[in-house]
Write a protein that binds this ligand. Structure first.
Ligand code: NAD
Length: 368
């Protein structure tokens, strides 16, 4: 719904049909709503090239659509493998008919061959690369199996970025983010590249926390901005309700429900889809919101989102907290900020779990 609502707002704002203009003038936007209205012209100057790796997948297709609708995007690469459910060239042809400035091109690679040998045209000139490419967990697959498969896929793509667009911001969506991101950053460091170019996309946790607080309080989600810090799985997901004026009004009983609900949002969707799908649409919205923040920053409007990066704001080397994107990408990694007693207790729990997941990523990179 959020994506659809945002798309509708965008259409209202960019059309010149008189009836729609009249409707538009009757719409009341709060300043926060405008701040979040990320698909539109206010995303900043145009001319950016964006790639979605895994762009023919469940997340990749709707996220590619939302990025194709971002008017600061002049070129969009939809990349996937030759045996993808839908050829990425077909996704690109479909999106290429949308009435937006972006030129959309599809790129299919043979995954049995190195990605770096196949992605020069796809990645050269990219300012932003979003990576939901990977495989979901299948029956019989351990968490370690999943990590190794997805880390290898991400590695191929990240090594190609290192070759063809080393200045691009890379938003890693493929799970397990807590381990894949440290592994990819260590690979960048070994190559002498800037580790702050790689970010783990945790925006979905913020989006869920905002919506759940809105539902519980009867307020608009557009007026709520709950920082979610730590990592991007289970107890490592730490929503800091106390730091938002509306979130701070929650009772301890409400927090006792919404904290675990934010952590388990993915399971809620998988169960509601009866195991036939996972959180693809809300993730696509969240990935596009993250992408918009990066592009706004690059265009000269500093923009802040929570994201999982190399960090020194805690004792852990990787941590998610508010990050401000500017003209060169990550401009500032913000402190975690004040926490109440419940959040401080949860912070300790989150750090213990996150440390072991970071270590797994570091072990992977050390073995390369
Ligand atoms: P999906 O299987 O529908 O799509 C994945 C796509 O990646 C497929 O099209 C597949 O062909 C493609 N792919 C595989 N290997 C590739 C390669 N080498 N190069 C390019 N593309 C390749 O899965 P999905 O539902 O879109 O989820 C993708 C990933 O995102 C999963 O790991 C999932 O756990 C993760 N996820 C992350 C978040 C988050 O908040 N960060 C939320 C939901 C899901």
């Amino acid at each position: 719904m959020a994506a659809i609502r945002s798309i509708c707002r965008h259409v209202l704002r960019t059309t010149s049909a008189p009836s729609l203009v009249t409707r538009r003038s009757t719409l009341a936007y709060s300043s926060a709503a405008l701040r979040r209205d990320w698909t539109a012209k206010d995303a900043g100057a145009g001319g950016f090239k964006v790639c979605v790796c895994g762009g023919a997948g469940g997340i990749g297709q709707p996220m590619s659509m939302l990025m194709a609708m971002n008017e600061s995007v002049s070129e969009l690469s939809v990349q996937d493998v030759t045996m993808a459910m839908v050829p990425p060239g077909g996704v690109a042809a479909d999106l290429g008919h949308l009435e937006f400035p972006s030129k959309v091109k599809g790129y299919a690679i043979d995954p049995s061959k190195p990605a770096v040998d196949q992605l020069e045209a796809c990645l050269t000139g990219c300012n932003l690369v979003l990576i939901p490419a990977g495989v979901p967990r299948k029956p019989g697959m351990t968490r370690d199996d999943l990590f190794n498969i997805n880390a290898n896929i991400a590695r191929g793509l990240v090594e190609a970025c290192a070759q063809f667009c080393p200045d691009a911001i890379i938003g890693v969506i493929v799970n397990p983010v807590n381990s894949v991101v440290p592994a990819m950053i260590e690979i960048y460091k070994k190559k002498g590249l800037d580790p702050m170019k790689i970010c783990g996309v945790t925006t979905l946790d913020v989006v869920r926390a905002n919506k759940f607080v809105a539902d519980a309080t009867g307020k608009s989600p557009q007026d709520i901005n709950i920082p979610v810090v730590g990592g991007h799985a289970g107890t490592t997901i730490l929503p800091l309700f106390s730091q938002d004026p509306i979130g701070a009004t929650l009772t301890p009983e409400q927090v006792a429900v919404l904290d675990p609900r934010t952590q388990d949002g993915g399971t809620e969707v998988v169960e509601a889809k009866a195991g036939k799908g996972s959180a693809t649409l809300s993730m696509a919205y969240s990935g596009a919101r993250f992408g918009s923040a990066v592009l706004k920053g690059l265009a000269g409007t500093p923009t802040t989102e929570c994201t999982y990066v190399q960090s020194s704001v805690t004792d852990l080397p990787y941590f998610s907290s508010k990050v401000t994107f500017g003209k060169n990408g990550v401009e500032k990694v913000h402190e975690v900020g004040p926490m109440n007693a419940h959040e401080s207790e949860r912070f300790k729990q989150a750090c213990t779990q996150l440390k072991s997941e970071i270590d797994k990523g570091l072990e992977y990179a050390a073995a390369i």
